[in-house]
Write a protein that binds this ligand. Structure first.
Ligand code: PNS
Length: 170
């Protein structure tokens, strides 16, 4: 910048967040220290048949990031880079837990770079306490009667209980 002012950096933290875990939250908390604004962006047309409908996932994320400054929660459809551009974001944040995440993340990052060279993917590592935590495993543990306390926000525990209490639930 020639006028001495630093450009404001908006980062998008995209995902399905079905549901958000303490690992995701850890990444967001680290991200707010690096970026001026973080938009947690929930994919609305997930092929994955999420357990929680988009509105519920958004509500949960909103409630658990409410105390964090400069964090917004939105949904998006279509290409992530188009959405990032529409929000003037220059960064996509993704969490990397283990080597097993790497191949998928590497492919996505390079594809996104090809589609939009102006957006950089930044990988962040959550605390090692959450390196094995995933939304998929949390749902499985919960469904089979295990205890997910401490792995997800209390709000998620409450929602999971309600979800699995209704008959016919996966
Ligand atoms: O939490 P997830 O499910 O791993 O997040 C995946 C997500 C939402 C980041 C990814 O599926 C995505 O970006 N979808 C939007 C469609 C898109 O842009 N596809 C090309 C990316 S290489």
């Amino acid at each position: 910048m020639t006028d001495g002012k630093r450009a404001q950096v908006t980062a998008i933290y995209p995902g399905t967040f079905d549901p958000i875990t303490n690992g995701h939250l850890d990444i967001i908390a680290r991200g707010v220290r690096l970026f001026d604004r973080i938009i947690v962006a929930l994919l609305s047309n997930a092929d994955k048949e999420p357990l929680f409908p988009l509105e519920d996932r958004m509500e949960i994320v909103r409630s658990v990031v409410a105390r964090l400054p400069n964090v917004q929660v939105e949904s998006f459809d279509g290409l992530l880079v188009n959405y990032a551009r529409s929000r003037s974001a220059s960064v996509i944040v993704r969490g990397l837990r283990a080597l097993s995440d790497f191949e998928y993340e590497f492919q996505m990052a390079l594809m996104n770079r090809r589609l939009e060279p102006g957006v950089e993917t930044v990988f962040m590592m959550p605390s090692e306490a959450y390196s094995y935590v995933s939304s998929r495993l949390v749902k499985e543990v919960f469904r089979l009667g295990g205890d997910a306390t401490g792995l997800v926000p209390q709000e998620v525990v409450t929602r999971l209980k309600a979800r699995y209490a209704s008959p016919g639930r996966r």
